[in-house]
Design a protein. Structure first.
Length: 160
């Protein structure tokens, strides 16, 4: 509980975006699921307010050895998200976040795979053709079990 509160304090810190992300990083890597969820929710409004800067700042996060950090970057930028403000810019132009999701297309962590697939499923609700083509390209370029899993899960709404 205390770590959740601490993560939320980042929102009230008045720090610039880069410093907010650095301050929340330890909570993004926390062993407790609830703390990790609070961490991305705590900085989501700041990310929406500076989306291009956020995408640039989060690029090293998707290459991190810790799957919790990689997932954080994906969850934080989901176009529709869950229990949070939607990112209208990524609903209409999801390709802006390719620097974040492209490196995760064959991630070995199921936790990260599910997040990337959910990210793309979100995007498919407003940009279905783009998601369909992206998944086809990913599978063609990276025909791994991980990529196939992400693509299948990402296309679940379109497959209905």
């Amino acid at each position: 509980m205390a770590r959740c509160w601490a993560a939320q304090w980042v929102t009230l810190s008045g720090l610039p975006l880069a410093a907010q992300l650095e301050a929340v990083r330890r909570f993004a890597a926390d062993p407790h699921f609830g703390v990790r969820e609070i961490a991305w929710m705590a900085v989501r409004d700041a990310v929406i307010g500076s989306l291009d800067e956020s995408i640039m700042l989060l690029q090293p996060w998707v290459l991190d050895a810790d799957p919790n950090i990689r997932r954080f970057a994906s969850e934080l930028t989901r176009p529709r998200g869950v229990w949070c403000a939607q990112i209208e810019a990524l609903k209409t132009e999801p390709w802006r976040a390719l620097p974040l999701i492209e490196p995760l297309r064959a991630d070995t962590s199921r936790y990260v795979q599910n997040s990337v697939a959910n990210w793309l499923n979100d995007a498919s609700k407003s940009q279905p053709e783009w998601v369909d083509k992206l998944c086809a390209r990913w599978v063609a370029e990276s025909d791994t079990a991980e990529t196939r899993y992400i693509a299948k899960r990402a296309l679940r709404t379109l497959s209905k």
